[in-house]
Structures are given as C-alpha cells and as structure tokens.
Write a protein that binds this ligand. Structure first.
Ligand code: ZN
Length: 511
C-alpha cells in the first residue's frame, strides 16, 4: 500500500517536472530579440503605415510576412494559404448624378444635380424618360393606382403645409409615408422637399449624409433590386409642372382638398450613385491542432489587428509600433511557443491576425460573421491591442497629454466579459505567477466595444483583452518602435502562453 502510494507520488512528480520543463522550454521561445526584429520590420516606414490603398501595399506585405512566419513555424493553415479574404467596398463621391426633365418630344428642358437617393439600394440607380405621377402628400394612398409608376410625393402633410409650422423633415412622419407608398410597389419614389424651405436645408442635409465616402465590409448577398427612394427640390417639380411657382400652387390646391393625383406629359431621366471599388483585406489564420481527439474541436483564439493608419496628409508615415505592431508580434511569439511543444495541448490554439481594425473592426467582424472555427466551440478569444508601452517617468513631455497614463511595468489593463466569469480568475492567477497586476478599472460598457474583441463578445464568446494603455503617441506619428518596451511585450506574451495552455488543457469548461 505504502509502496504504491510512493510510486504514485513519484510518478505524478515526474509528470509535473516534465510538463514544467516543457512549459519553460516553450516560454523560452518567446524572446526579446525576435520581438524586436519582427516589430522593427512591421513598424518600418517601408510598409507605409499598413493601410488599404497606399502606394506600397504594406498591409499585404504584412499579411504575407505573418503567413510565411506561420508556415516556417509549422502552424497549420486554418484556411487556404492562411488567408481569409475580407471583401471591402471603397465608395468614392459620385460626380455625375443628375435629374432631367424632358418634354413630350423627349427634349431636355431642365437639368440639375439636385438629386440624392436616400435608401440604401441599389448602388447605381437610373431612369430614362420615365412618366411621373404626382400624389400630393401621399395621403389617400389606397385610392391611387401607383404600382410600377414613378411617383412624386411632397415632404410633410397637408395639415402642416397650411399651418405656419416649420418645414423641417419629421423622420417619423416621412418614414411612415414612405413605407405606406412602397407597399404599393411603385417603380420608384421621388420626394420633393418643402417649397417653403427656401434655403434647401433639408436637401443639403441629406446630400451631406448620403454622399459619405469611405470603406465598408461588403455584404454577402447582393442587395435585392428594391425600388429607389429619391429626394429632390421643388425646382424639378416646377419644371415638370411647366413653370416656376407652379408646384407651390399645386400643393396649396392639394392642401385645400381640391386636387389629389396629377399626371403630366413631361418625363424624368435621372442617375445617382457610383459603383464602389471592391478591395480585398486579409485575415491571417493559423492554428496548432489540439492533441485530444474530442477536445481538439474546441478553440482558444489569440487575436491582434495588424493594420494601422497609413500615411498622413503631410506625408508622415504612421507606423503604429504599439498600435498594433506590439500585439501582432506578441502573438507571433506565442504561436511559436505553442508550435514548439512536443506534446500539444488538448484543445486547438488559433492565431488570428485581423485586418482593418482602424477602419471599423472589419477583419474581426467578418471573421465572426464567417467563423472558420465555430464560435460556440470557442472557449475564449484573447485580443491584444497595444501592449508595448510603459510609463517610465523619464519622458514627461511626451506623456503628459496622455488621456490615461500607461500603466507601470507590472500593470496590465485587462478586460473580460461576463460570459464565463472563471476566465477572469484564471487570468488573475497567471498574472500573479508572472508578477503582473491586472487592472480591470476600464469601464466595460465603453471598452467592450473599443476593439476587435467586441465581435466575439457580441456572439457570446468569453473574451479577454490586454492593453498597456493609451499614451501621448496614440494614433500619432510618434508611435515608433524606439518607444516600445520589449520586456513588457514579453511579459504579456508569456501571460498569453500560460493562460492559453491552461485553457487548452482544462478539464471542465462550462459557460
Ligand atoms: Zn489598435
């Protein structure tokens, strides 16, 4: 009995020593010269700030660099060539929008650029010599046959029109009116702003909103060909009705109840919108497969965005060494450490370098909409965003404007959600092991939305987010590799490894 017990203790001790040894060996793979080498490249001017659309495609170069690295270190590709393509639309200003009134003979009698499309689809909308039907304020819609017609409706209501009230756009009223009309399946709807709005305030406001340029993730389905809702000014209506001031007179008649719908012999031609340019972002996804035949189908995801802000108007390169070169290289080293283990942990460990966080979390939101590994089998998603700075007290001129002082060498901002409360405890235990102090003081309602972890949080995945905090160089040209504290990055990467290993081997994970 005694002998058996001794053997058992001796055996467990051996296993413990062996795994402690393997663990230390793996931790030794996370080393400062490597971190420095990788970050010096990623945060170099040559990559032009790792943004879409720069002359040198630094974003693509970084993606290739990460994929090559994953391959060299024996990580498995989670998708072909490690790349998950993120389709991104780049919308630029459309300069050839027009609305035109044609007479009976098809001759253009009025032309203007006063046209906006106020619903989302389709992107480019065109009509050619289309007959029109005026339907007043869109009241008594049941009695009007408007299916497949281009209908023109007035902003506001008969009641508000005869009153002295303001002519401002009442969103609730207009929304209800648009919905009622669209149910009758017109070809398109053209809303004419109130003629009392002499300065065209409403039209200009919409024009400002709808002509926004920028980037967005392309939706999966091409949007259905639903009829357009357009907005123009009384000038067009006057031209259709024959002369200046005619539209106001028409509306007065409608408001007085003496007129409802009117058809005219003039027709409308118009075009609005411009086809956006389709760009490709890339998430880089590699993994270390778990060793347990069942648990390998559960995942721990390490994530960091590798993009930054590109080049400023003055030609300065925003290198984003901390944001988020630091997180990018930290999980490179964590990946190497996991890949180096002879005996792999039970669950699979995923390394997800996401693109275009700075443009609106494009890579992470796309991943969560198209998860390569099921989100309900994702035990935790651990996001690193800015983990390379420490306030050392010697550069007060640089740091004094910081909205939130970077923590000292032992501090680490740590955010978790409430999906699996034990995760925060596991994290705290490993922080203690490394002498790190998790600071959980960041307000969750704000910071859960602040970076890529948000999309996992939204999908009910337990999350952790590490950061060393804001600093005076945040989103400035001064976010350079010279100001990085590599010892701190190593501590964060070590923590990632220990937390990841623990989560990957843990017996019972329930949330
Ligand atoms: Zn960032």
């Amino acid at each position: 009995m005694l002998i058996r017990k001794t053997v058992l203790i001796y055996f467990s001790l051996l296993v413990f020593l062996f795994s402690a040894n393997a663990q230390n060996e793996a931790l030794s793979k996370i080393d400062i010269p490597d971190l420095k080498e990788y970050l010096t490249f990623i945060a170099s001017d040559e990559l032009q700030g790792r943004e879409l659309g720069t002359e040198v495609d630094g974003l693509e170069i970084t993606a290739n660099y990460l994929a090559d690295y994953a391959k060299e270190n024996g990580l498995k590709p989670a998708v072909e060539n490690y790349f998950q393509t993120v389709p991104i639309l780049h919308t630029t200003l459309s300069t050839d929008d027009f609305i035109e009134v044609n007479n009976k003979k098809g001759k253009s009698v009025y032309q203007s650029k006063e046209l906006v499309k106020i619903n989302q689809t389709p992107v480019v909308y065109k009509l050619d010599e289309e007959p029109v039907t005026f339907i007043g304020f869109g009241e008594n819609i049941e009695s009007l046959g408007i299916k497949d017609k281009l209908v023109i409706v007035a902003q506001g209501s008969a009641e508000s029109f005869s009153g002295e009230e303001a002519f401002e756009w009442q969103n609730r009223v207009e929304r209800a009116k648009i919905n009622a009309i669209m149910e009758k399946e017109p070809k398109a709807l053209l809303i004419i702003t109130n003629p009392k709005d002499k300065e065209n305030k409403t039209f200009k406001q919409f024009q400002g909103w709808m002509s926004r340029q920028g980037y967005s993730v392309k939706a999966d389905d091409d949007v259905t060909e639903q009829p357009a809702v357009l907005l123009s000014t009384p000038n067009v209506a006057d031209a259709l009705l024959g002369k200046k001031g005619q539209y106001l007179k028409y509306l007065e008649d409608v408001a007085a109840g003496s007129k409802a719908s009117t058809e005219v012999s003039e027709t409308l031609s118009l075009k609005t919108g411009k086809e956006p340019e389709l760009l490709e972002g890339k998430n880089v996804i590699a993994y270390v497969e778990g060793s347990d035949p069942v648990l390998k189908n559960e995942y721990i995801v390490f994530m960091a965005h590798y993009d930054h802000l590109g080049i400023g108007k003055d030609g300065d390169v925003y290198n984003g060494a901390d944001d988020n070169g630091s997180g990018t290289v930290a999980i490179m080293e964590v990946a190497e450490a996991f890949a180096s283990l002879n005996e792999k942990p039970k669950r699979s460990i995923v390394f997800l370098w996401v693109t275009c966080e700075e443009k609106g979390h494009f890579g992470s939101s796309y991943y969560c909409d198209h998860p390569v590994f099921p989100l309900d089998k994702t035990v935790a998603s651990i996001n690193l965003d800015m983990v390379g700075r420490v306030y050392d007290g010697s550069r007060d001129d640089v740091w004094k404007d910081s909205p939130k002082k970077v923590k000292d060498f032992d501090g680490l901002y740590t955010l978790s959600n409430d999906v699996w409360p034990e995760l925060a405890e596991i994290n705290a235990a490993h922080c203690a092991e490394l002498g790190l102090v998790p600071d959980t003081s960041l307000p969750k309602e704000r910071f859960l939305r602040a970076s890529d972890h948000y999309h996992f949080h939204k999908n009910g995945v337990p999350i952790l987010n590490y950061a060393t905090g804001y600093h005076a160089d945040y989103h400035k040209v001064g976010d350079e590799v010279e100001r990085i504290n590599f010892k701190k990055i190593k501590r964060v990467a070590d923590l990632c490894f220990l937390v990841g290993l623990d989560l990957a081997n843990k017996e019972d994970v329930e949330f």
